[in-house]
Design a protein around this ligand. Structure first.
Ligand SMILES: Cc1ncc(COP(=O)(O)O)c(C=O)c1O
Length: 405
């Protein structure tokens, strides 16, 4: 099925003279790692941007999660509640910190952790909750924080998708105990690879700083190592790029929001296309992903794969997203967690082949469809093209057979 050509969407990542000059300056300074000023400058800017007092920049948004858990005192075998519909390392960071991920299903409207299902998963062994602000939509933080305070649990917000997103006027990362961010190439704020934690808790910030800097302590001697830690430091080159990229983030976020709201309105008029529901608590959505639910019943029973293929043929970069849930990965089913994990001793009964999260399974295997955020940086005409193409695919659904693949 061909309905005509559509324009290319904006490329990602973007850069200009500012990034080139910033990189050149770091090169010339000779201070490419410790000793330079870009990392510290970024940490200050980013902490303030997310409404926090402290930030520690690290090598990526996976080690930020792992190190945040260790900073919160996670002990071997302790349980951490995570959603299954997220990137792998939301859960495997727990295993890397010697803990046990416990999966709790997602909300069908937002695909974020379902706060109503958290309490039944809490045991005396639970230490923390990691809500993911999926696609940039803040999770139900009031409910999550209430449960966490009641059960004395830490909350680490996985905000890898949610730079600048706000829940009831407050920036994500400032709502729980620690916020974790990724600056990997695909992210709304990026520098190739990178990450940062933010927090308002000085002790947690100092713990993270120590863990990311070989167990050193602030104002300690270079060869004075007081804790277990590694080298998870960001380079000055990466921070120099971030210091430029962050200047553009507000304007880009605004554009993504406008286009996403327009798509919500138009796409929801097409039978079988159900955009995720933006909750009233969300005062700013970062739209790292634009997600809608595909209902094959309205498309002559045609599978999501065939539907997406029809969109891709028209050069609409739609994908099935997290099609393979974490608890179904061979790693989890075979418990290939390495010899460093103490979980087997403390949790002999935990068997991920018995985990069932029906909403997440439906999202992953049947209905979840994603556009990457750079699609939302296109023009209104681009959005109209997307709507036209999906409408046309709907109108021609009888011709859309699996055999077309
Ligand atoms: C929700 C989520 N958490 C954590 C990460 C890990 O970030 P990084 O790729 O920087 O390690 C990602 C990356 O895609 C992510 O999407």
């Amino acid at each position: 099925m061909k309905t005509g050509k559509i324009k290319e969407f904006p490329a990602w990542p973007t850069y200009g003279h500012a990034e080139c000059n910033a990189l050149q300056e770091v090169l010339n300074s000779g201070q490419w790692g410790i000793g330079g000023t870009e990392v510290e400058k970024f940490e200050k800017t980013f902490a303030a941007y997310q409404g926090c007092r402290y930030s520690v920049a690290m090598t990526n948004g996976s080690v930020t999660l792992r190190n945040a858990l260790i900073a919160c005192g996670l002990e071997a075998g302790a349980e951490v509640i995570v959603p299954p519909y997220t990137f792998l390392t939301t859960a495997t960071s727990v295993i890397e910190a010697n803990g046990v991920p416990v999966f709790v299903d997602i909300d069908p409207d937002t695909y974020c952790l379902d706060s109503k299902k958290i309490e039944e998963a809490i045991t005396p062994n639970t230490h923390a909750i990691i809500p993911v602000h999926l696609g940039g939509h803040p999770a139900a933080m009031d409910e999550i924080m209430e449960i966490a305070r009641k059960h004395n649990l830490y909350v680490i917000e996985d905000s890898a998708h949610a730079h600048g997103a706000e829940y009831k006027g407050r920036r994500v990362g400032s709502l729980g105990d620690i916020g974790s961010f990724s600056f990997q190439s695909s992210k709304n704020l990026c520098c190739g690879e990178g990450g940062a934690i933010v927090t308002n808790n000085r002790q947690l910030a100092e713990n993270c700083w120590s863990i990311h800097n070989c167990g050193r302590v602030i104002n300690g001697a270079w060869y004075q190592h007081e804790h277990i830690g590694g080298n998870y430091r960001l380079s000055q080159f990466q921070a120099a790029i971030l210091n430029e990229q962050i200047k553009k983030l507000d304007a880009e976020t605004e554009k993504r929001q406008q286009n996403a709201l327009y798509l919500d309105e138009k796409l929801s008029q097409i039978p079988g296309i159900n955009p995720l529901v933006r909750q009233k608590t969300v005062t700013r959505h970062s739209y790292h992903l634009y997600i809608f639910r595909y209902d094959r019943e309205h498309f002559n029973g045609v599978s999501r794969k065939t539907f997406l293929k029809a969109l891709n043929t028209e050069r609409v970069p739609a994908s099935a997203g997290y099609a393979g849930l974490i608890y179904k990965q061979p790693l989890m089913l075979k418990k290939q967690f390495g010899p460093f994990s103490g979980w087997k001793l403390t949790n002999p009964g935990l068997d991920y082949s018995k985990t069932v999260c029906p909403v997440a399974e439906k999202a992953a295997e049947e209905e979840g469809c994603w556009f990457p955020h750079y699609v939302l940086l296109g023009s209104k005409e681009d959005m109209d093209d997307i709507v036209k193409i999906i409408s046309k695919v709907y109108e021609q659904k009888e011709k859309l057979t699996e055999a077309e693949l």
